[in-house]
Design a protein around this ligand. Structure first.
Ligand SMILES: Cc1cc2nc3c(=O)[nH]c(=O)nc-3n(C[C@H](O)[C@H](O)[C@H](O)COP(=O)(O)O)c2cc1C
Length: 129
């Protein structure tokens, strides 16, 4: 086992972040002005690559929080990077061919005044004794 199904690309180039945002459908400033975006990829033919990669990403989110940074999972970029039209772009980023994009993580300093904390649902579990 020990498949380590993930591949990550850290994009710290604002022009590339802007280009990716423009390629996403209906997206305007899709990454909310973040100056760093991590593109998330998984090796499709592994046993549970989406779960593996999501776990790894979750720990990045915890670590970012520990460092005082905010993160937001941004989905739409996967439609761009999994489109056959953009495979060369993926290749130029160093991503091996057999990896698919799962999404991305925008990382940056957040403005608490702009964050709306929504109420949590209450009826989302069952206890069986
Ligand atoms: C798989 C996934 C994809 C997401 N894609 C986006 C996105 O494209 N744009 C966005 O602003 N937030 C995105 N989010 C963040 C959610 O909108 C939401 O802010 C976050 O999951 C916090 O969850 P909650 O507020 O529903 O508890 C995504 C979250 C997940 C888990």
């Amino acid at each position: 086992m020990n498949q380590q199904s993930w591949y990550f690309v850290l994009v710290s180039n604002l022009d590339i972040i802007e280009d990716l945002s423009m390629l996403m459908e209906n997206a305007n400033n899709a990454f909310y002005g973040a100056k760093n975006v991590i593109l998330l990829f998984y090796k499709e033919d592994n046993i549970a690559p989406i779960v593996d990669t999501t776990f790894a990403t979750s720990y990045m989110m915890f670590e970012a929080c520990e460092l005082g940074l905010g993160t937001c999972w941004i989905n739409g970029v996967k439609h761009v990077l999994n489109d056959s039209k953009y495979q060369l772009l993926k290749e130029k980023m160093g991503v091996p061919k057999e990896y698919k994009c799962l999404g991305s993580l925008a990382i940056g300093y957040y403005d608490l005044d702009e964050v709306e904390i929504l109420p949590r649902k209450k009826d989302y579990f069952t206890i069986i004794k």
